[in-house]
Design a protein around this ligand. Structure first.
Ligand SMILES: NC(=O)c1ccc[n+]([C@@H]2O[C@H](COP(=O)([O-])OP(=O)(O)OC[C@H]3O[C@@H](n4cnc5c(N)ncnc54)[C@H](O)[C@@H]3O)[C@@H](O)[C@H]2O)c1
Length: 276
């Protein structure tokens, strides 16, 4: 049994894959949760939680949902590569509504950012948290913008945020790339707990991956300040997945994998960042 936060937590995207995992984990501990999503919540709503169906584009409703909440765990929005016009509403305007609500409530934002905000870095690199954004599509671009929005709200309004650049948070790793990028559901849930419970965080970045020995891509984030240590690992899957590669040179070269090759028209892979 961990500590219980003083105020309720608003979770957007509650009906999605990670939302459902998190609601189960935090609900089992009796945390007071306000859950929201455009899609109905498919599971039983835990005691101490309530679900309100809403669209992130409805700023007034987002303000109302956040009333009295101490933290907003923002998982909602377009979670895969989509055309610009589909991404911009939920992931840019919707995020603005979340930050405005956080500003009014003096709440902290835990933002589900993505490895796709830095997806065009090469897999041979080892990136500190303050690396250059190199988004690999409109989705990754929205996550980079989201992190910058958090930075602006911190400097201008003192709104705290933890920007978690999630790698691949799935039940199990399914290809060779995920031997580096995979994040177990358990490590994800424990990270969210630490993001909520750590007394002060400021504006920080966490690389969201488990304790995988191939996870040489990312380093130097704020995990020590949060007291988060990932304990799971993709390593036991290495035998069966090491050969699970695509054969696409763009996909295999960059951290963002298959998102990099979506509508890629450059011809040969781009040069190393900073050397072109
Ligand atoms: N799962 C991963 O590996 C991974 C990796 C990187 C980042 N992320 C991020 O983590 C978050 C959760 O990921 P997930 O895998 O659970 O995605 P998901 O697609 O399963 O869940 C996203 C939820 O957002 C909701 N949503 C979409 N548009 C909405 C809108 N306009 N208003 C209200 N709700 C809306 C959807 O209904 C869905 O339930 C996302 O922000 C995603 O970008 C996930």
């Amino acid at each position: 049994m961990t500590d219980t936060p003083a105020k309720p937590i608003l979770i957007t995207g509650a009906s999605g894959a990670l939302g459902r995992v998190l609601v189960k984990a935090l609900g089992a501990q009796g945390w007071r949760l306000v859950l929201t999503d455009l899609a109905p919540f498919p599971d039983a709503v835990p005691a101490g939680a309530q679900f309100i169906k809403a669209d992130l584009s409805d700023g007034v409703t987002m303000l109302r949902l956040a009333e009295g909440c101490g933290t907003i765990i923002h998982l909602g929005g377009v979670s895969v590569e989509r055309p610009f016009e589909e991404v911009i509403g939920p992931n840019i305007r919707g995020l603005y509504h979340i930050y405005e609500a956080a500003r009014r409530e003096k709440a902290r934002v835990i933002f589900a950012s993505s490895n796709h905000s830095v997806g065009f870095h090469e897999r041979t690199e080892s990136l500190p948290a303050d690396t250059q954004f190199l988004p690999d599509g409109y989705y990754g671009l929205s996550k980079a913008y989201g992190e910058l929005m958090g930075r602006m709200y911190w400097f201008k309004h003192g709104v705290e945020s933890v920007n978690v650049r999630i790698g691949s948070a799935t039940a199990e790793p399914v290809n060779a790339r995920m031997l580096a990028s995979w994040m177990s559901y358990g490590d994800f849930s424990r990270l969210m707990e630490r993001c909520v419970l750590t007394p002060t965080v400021g504006n920080v970045v966490i690389w969201g991956a488990s304790n995988n020995s191939r996870m040489t891509w990312w380093r130097d984030d704020a995990r020590a300040e949060l007291g988060w240590v990932p304990v799971d690992s993709a390593d036991p899957f290495a035998g069966q997945l090491a050969a699970a590669v695509s054969g696409d040179p763009v996909e295999e070269r960059y951290m963002g994998g298959g998102y990099c090759s979506i509508e890629y028209t450059r011809g040969a892979p781009a040069p190393v960042w900073g050397e072109d």
